[in-house]
Design a protein around this ligand. Structure first.
Ligand SMILES: NC(=O)c1ccc[n+]([C@@H]2O[C@H](COP(=O)([O-])OP(=O)(O)OC[C@H]3O[C@@H](n4cnc5c(N)ncnc54)[C@H](OP(=O)(O)O)[C@@H]3O)[C@@H](O)[C@H]2O)c1
Length: 266
């Protein structure tokens, strides 16, 4: 039975992917750290869509636990879809934080995604099967911020990795997508103690839903798009950012973004 492996499926964008692939009849392998939530989701999806759902409770920061999880994935034969979605933001800036905490983001955003992509791509290639790898990046990759050095740069890595891999895997009919959402209503911001008030639409700044993001991603797969930005406002931002001279961007954002982020915290 064709299988979709979705990391970080306890809430937000990962949960919306789980729902979308369940609706399409895929068997699911879902990961997360909140065991109760995962169990609840697995129970609902397997009963509603009559599909097998396997849950893996694993913290990707824990290298030993991730190694055991990779061994489990290595033994799978039917994975056709991989969604590298597990991710988070950091509360403290690079210099204020412990180095270890900052380095953990490399493990979760980069090492875990690259490892799973390598395993699944090889399984698909060996089995001569079509499939796809979706890497959930972020529009933040194009907006370096003083408080988010590791977040913005790890997401930029994932974009370049996806684009390069898309070319490499095309001859094997394996699609790779770099999905770059803007602001999305999920647990992401509450985990950073950002107030609900700050997560509302403001002027032309619009927040999307996880379902809209996943719909754009799946539409992108149909059209073989490697680089997908969901939502009109986000596409506009991306295009405008290309025109701003870098020294001007760095000067303005460096000067004003600190004030903006502290105002948005409770
Ligand atoms: N929300 C946005 O505005 C936005 C915008 C652009 C990109 N993104 C990206 O979208 C992805 C999904 O985030 P989301 O917005 O849906 O947030 P979310 O609701 O907080 O979901 C994040 C998921 O990642 C999992 N996760 C976090 N840290 C993990 C770790 N150390 N090990 C294993 N799993 C971990 C969480 O598991 P637990 O719940 O079990 O901890 C959860 O399932 C992330 O990669 C994020 O960077 C989000």
């Amino acid at each position: 039975m064709r299988t979709a492996l979705i990391t970080g499926a306890t809430s937000g964008i990962g949960l919306a992917y789980a729902q979308a692939f369940a609706e399409r009849g895929y068997q699911l392998i879902l990961t997360g750290r909140r065991q109760e939530k995962l169990e609840e989701i697995a129970h609902t999806l397997s009963h509603t869509y009559h599909i097998p759902v396997t849950i893996c409770v694993v913290d990707f920061k824990d290298t030993k636990a991730f190694e055991r999880f990779s061994d489990f994935i290595k033994a799978q034969k039917d994975i056709e879809i991989l969604v590298n979605n597990a991710g988070y933001g950091l509360k403290k800036s690079f210099i204020e934080d412990e180095l270890e905490t900052q380095l953990e983001m490399l493990q979760v955003h980069i090492t875990a995604s690259v490892t799973l992509a390598h395993l699944v791509a090889n399984q698909l290639k060996t089995a001569h099967k079509n499939g796809c790898i979706i890497n959930v990046c972020s529009l933040a990759a194009f907006t370096p911020l003083p408080s988010s050095a590791m977040y913005c740069s790890t997401k930029q890595f994932l974009i370049k990795f996806s684009e390069s891999l898309a070319m490499e895997l095309k001859p094997y009919n394996i699609q790779v997508q770099a999905l770059c959402p803007g602001f999305v209503h999920t647990d992401f911001h509450s985990r950073l103690d950002i107030s609900e008030e700050a997560c509302k639409n403001y002027g032309i700044i619009t927040w999307g839903t996880p379902e809209e993001v996943v719909k754009a991603s799946l539409r992108g797969l149909i059209h073989h798009q490697v680089f997908v930005i969901p939502g009109g406002f986000n596409k506009l931002c991306y295009n405008l950012l290309k025109w701003i001279p870098r020294p001007l961007y760095l000067e303005l954002v460096g000067r004003y973004s600190g004030q903006f982020s502290s105002k948005n915290k409770e």
